[in-house]
Design a protein around this ligand. Structure first.
Ligand SMILES: O=C(O)CCC(=O)C(=O)O
Ligand SMILES: [Fe+2]
Length: 372
C-alpha cells in the first residue's frame, strides 16, 4: 500500500494504518513485488542482498527512489551485522561532525534555550505553575488525548523557519546527502543533526515532560529520556500529504511554524497498541485538526494520525518525537491489555461483561437448583 493509498483508505474507513516502518521489515515476502537492481550503485553490502530484501519492505516504501530504500535497508543490515549498532552509531556521529564543522548557523540564538524569547507568556506561566490545572487553563482537548495550546512566539517560528531554509540552502550548495526527517517525510531536516539536539533536549525536559507526566503517565510520559527532533515541509515541490501512521515515539509534540497555506489538516483515528494498530476506527475516535501557526499539538505517539494534502502555499511544522527507554523495555514483557489502547479497553470490557453474565447465569442456575 502506498502512502497515498493508505491515506485514501484512512479517509474511507479509518483503517489501513501504516506503522512508521521505523527500521522494521515486514515478516513475510511480498512475492508480487518486482525488486529493482542495485548493481550500478556503490554499496556497503552485496547489491543482490538489497534486491532480495526489497520484497520485505513495508508496503509504503516499495515505490520510493532507490537511494531511500538503500538507506533504510543499509541501516537494518548494519544493525544485524557483527558490531552493527556500533558501526551505525559511528557512522551517524561522523555524519553529524561533517555538518557541524561546515554549517554556519544563521540564528545562533536558536541553539541555546531562551525560554523568555521562545515561548508565549501564557505557556511560560503554566509551566512555572506546573499543575494539571495550570496546563488545562491554556489548553483545549478537542478529543481525548489530543491537547492543543499556544506555545511559540511568532518571532521564534520565523527564526526557526529561516534557519531551516539556510540549512537547506547549505545542503543544496554543498550537494550534501542528508538523512530525511523520517521514513515517510522526504522534505525537511533533522534538527538534531544540525546542532539543535541540546536545545531540543532542554525543550523536552523542561517543557514537554511536565505536561506528559500529567497527561500521558501510562505510556512513559513520566520517563521521557530521548527524542528525535525534525522539521517537515509540505506544498509545491515538497511533500503534499502524510499517510496514516503511528509515530516512533511515546509522546509527540507537533507545532506549526507557518507559513501561508491551505489544507494540511491532521486527522486522528484513535490510540492503538501494536496488536490493534490496523483495527477499525470507532466514530467517537474521528477527529480532524486544522493547524494554526505557533500552536502546538501534543498527543501519544500511538494515536493514529496522518496529514491531509496541503493544497496551496507552504506549511512548515516542528515535530519532536519523545521516547522513553523504560517504557519500551517494560512493554517487551507485557502481554495482556494495554490500558491506553482503545481496542484493548473494549476487549477488556467485553470480557468483563461476559464474565459477569456467566457468573450471573451460574448463580441463577444454583438458586434454581436449591429452590427446587
Ligand atoms: O504534518 C504534520 O503535521 C504531521 C507530521 C507527523 O505526523 C509526523 O511527522 O509524525
Ligand atoms: Fe506523526
Amino acid at each position: 500500500m502506498s502512502t497515498d493509498d493508505a491515506t485514501e483508505k484512512a479517509r474511507e474507513n479509518g483503517n489501513g494504518v501504516e506503522l512508521p516502518s521505523t527500521q522494521r521489515l515486514i515478516p513475510f515476502e511480498n512475492k508480487e513485488h518486482n525488486p529493482e537492481s542495485y548493481e550500478d550503485m556503490q554499496l556497503d553490502y552485496s547489491p543482490l542482498l538489497f534486491s532480495s530484501l526489497e520484497r520485505y519492505l513495508p508496503p509504503n516504501m516499495l515505490n520510493l527512489p532507490r537511494d531511500r530504500k538503500v538507506h533504510f535497508l543499509s541501516d537494518i543490515l548494519t544493525r544485524y551485522s557483527p558490531q552493527g549498532e556500533h558501526t551505525r552509531v559511528q557512522k551517524h556521529r561522523k555524519y553529524r561532525q561533517q555538518i557541524l564543522s561546515n554549517y554556519e548557523p544563521r540564528h545562533k540564538e536558536l541553539y541555546t534555550m531562551n525560554a523568555a524569547n521562545f515561548f508565549v507568556p501564557s505557556f511560560l506561566k503554566a509551566i512555572s505553575e506546573n499543575s494539571e490545572e495550570s496546563f488545562r487553563s491554556i489548553m483545549v482537548e478537542p478529543t481525548p488525548g489530543v491537547y492543543t495550546f499556544e506555545m511559540f512566539q511568532p518571532k521564534f517560528c520565523e527564526m526557526l523557519m529561516a534557519e531551516v531554509e539556510s540549512m537547506e540552502r547549505w545542503v543544496h550548495d554543498q550537494r550534501f546527502h542528508i538523512i530525511c526527517p523520517n521514513t515517510m517525510n522526504k522534505y525537511g531536516v533533522v534538527l538534531d543533526d544540525f546542532g539543535l539536539e541540546t536545545m531540543l533536549n532542554k525543550l523536552m525536559d523542561g517543557y514537554i515532560c511536565p505536561m506528559s507526566r500529567v497527561f500521558f503517565p501510562e505510556v512513559g510520559g513520566l520517563t521521557l529520556d530521548s527524542h528525535h527532533g525534525f522539521v517537515v515541509e509540505y506544498g509545491v515541490n515538497r511533500d503534499i500529504e502524510l499517510g496514516f501512521h503511528v509515530d516512533d515515539s511515546e509522546v509527540t509534540l507537533n507545532v506549526c511554524l507557518g507559513e501561508q497555506f491551505y489544507g494540511g489538516d491532521l486527522f486522528f483515528r484513535g490510540v492503538r497498541c501494536d496488536k490493534h494498530v490496523n483495527t477499525e476506527t470507532q466514530s467517537e475516535e474521528v477527529f480532524d485538526y486544522a493547524h494554526i501557526p505557533g500552536r502546538a499539538v501534543l498527543h501519544r505517539g500511538r494515536h493514529r494520525h496522518g496529514a491531509r494534502a496541503t493544497i496551496s502555499g507552504h506549511r512548515v511544522n516542528l515535530v519532536i518525537w519523545c521516547r522513553s527507554s523504560v517504557f519500551r523495555e517494560l512493554k517487551k514483557h507485557q502481554n495482556d491489555f494495554s490500558s491506553w489502547c482503545g481496542d484493548c479497553r473494549r476487549e477488556k470490557k467485553e470480557r468483563q461483561h461476559l464474565s459477569v453474565a456467566a457468573t450471573k447465569l451460574e448463580l441463577l442456575k444454583r438458586d434454581g437448583i436449591s429452590a427446587s
